[in-house]
Design a protein around this ligand. Sequence first.
Ligand SMILES: [Zn+2]
Length: 317
Amino acid sequence: MGINRVQFQKGLSIAEFMERYGTEEKCHAALVASRWPTGFVCPECGCTRHGTFERKGLRYWQCSACRAQTTVTCGTIFQSTKRPLTTWFLAMHLLAQAKNNVSALELKRHLGVRYKTAWLIKHKLMEVMREREESRQLDGRVEIDDAYLGGELPGGKSGRGSENKVPFIAAVQTTEAGHPLFACLTKLEFTKDAIAQWAKKSLCASAHVVSDGLWCFQAVTASGAAHARTVTGGGPASVKLETFRVVNTLLGNLKTAFSGTYHAFDFAKYTHRYLAEVQYRFNRRFDLSSILARLLRASAITSPHPERIIRAAEQCG
Ligand SMILES: [Zn+2]
């Protein structure tokens, strides 16, 4: 068997990262280039004519038309941060390159910040990933399965009947030959209505979906997609079933990643973000060397999310 080209690709080394983003000046310049790739554009009126000046160590752009003053972080996910950009860039690098997940606790140690700061940085970046993936639609052959995470209690039941677990749907688009392309992981209740709503948002009408016998999966046809059910009877044998090989592999990896990283995590409240983080990385796994640049661009065009919004968040919409 040949080496796995996804797992063995080059990525961005620590040395390359330090070379590109090792100082505040380099990070600032990279953010400016990412936010305004063709030069400054006034966030208020769209004018490009401007002057610049420095105040209290911060660089300001002033629009020549409307006189609005802005910094490069103003209006982005980095707005109002008290941390240097080097901290944010390192966090983005660690989250983007991780094979599994990086917990807020681990991030705190790497960044040398307080736990609360690391938690907030991680959640803001996960929110960037979530918004980026929100319009993801799968097409062609799509394997779907129901899955559950969190809340394992000693002696509790496992699988569909268990208590205290967060349900979500896992969907993977594959090639006709069965190789995984893109994934979609969405927290939902397993009802026909919820599946129909999910399908309209996340599936193209030309998709053809394969699932096990869970009755509510029939509702994927609400999107116009075709649907084939394979009744597996449950149990370990069904896991091996070739029809669902890709989605089962993804779920296996996801569970390992979560149980290895988050020992006592706030999964139930922020499920949508934790799932989006996995989805974001999975869907960009073919190009690890550009994933940081893409996350930077996404962060630069994501509007500010104050802490109270981040903490309040159940999924909105
Ligand atoms: Zn302006």
